[in-house]
Design a protein around this ligand. Sequence first.
Ligand SMILES: Cc1cc2nc3c(=O)[nH]c(=O)nc-3n(C[C@H](O)[C@H](O)[C@H](O)COP(=O)(O)O)c2cc1C
Length: 185
Amino acid sequence: MEFDEVIKKRRSIRAYKKKKVPFSKIVKICEAARYAPMAGNIYTIRLIVVEDKEKKAKLAEASFHQDFIAEASHVIVVCSDLSLLKRSYGERAFIYGRQQAGAAIQNMLLKITELGLASCWIGAFDENAVKRILRIPEPIQVEALLPIGFGREKPREIVKPELKTILNFEFYGLKVSKKEPEPGV
Ligand SMILES: Cc1cc2nc3c(=O)[nH]c(=O)nc-3n(C[C@H](O)[C@H](O)[C@H](O)COP(=O)(O)O)c2cc1C
């Protein structure tokens, strides 16, 4: 799949077939997280792969009953260990930690798409409940849950913002570029 196609094809899918995802593909998805940029190359991401049916059901409950999570073949729980980052960057570690978790999550979502699988970034969950279910130590942050499976629905119809609504030139709020687009762009 072309890179642009992967970016555009990635969509949140909230229904999965019963079919198991081969473990080799789960490993490839986790590998994608390794290549995310990290401040000072201090790697904060920790992943927990959950396949156990009962645990997946508990995670769905802890995510305010987003029950489709329990349908997934696997759930990857993305966590951050900020201890080393805090030593280097103090308070900024909290910002960097969130940002690099986002980078790792997007890498994984794109890999999931490229592998023909489906997922949805889950950010709404009771962190303490997730920690209890998976025995995650107190200082570790839970960033997101990624249920993974073979999709069983079409993506919802949503409108992505037009480029002009997010794009500014030179100053915030300045919408018009004097530059001509380069040939072929
Ligand atoms: C930080 C974050 C948290 C999210 N949490 C949830 C969630 O808890 N449940 C859910 O169904 N979707 C969740 N989403 C997915 C968004 O709803 C989805 O990305 C958005 O509607 C755009 O749709 P798309 O992913 O298909 O482009 C979350 C996305 C982000 C980035």
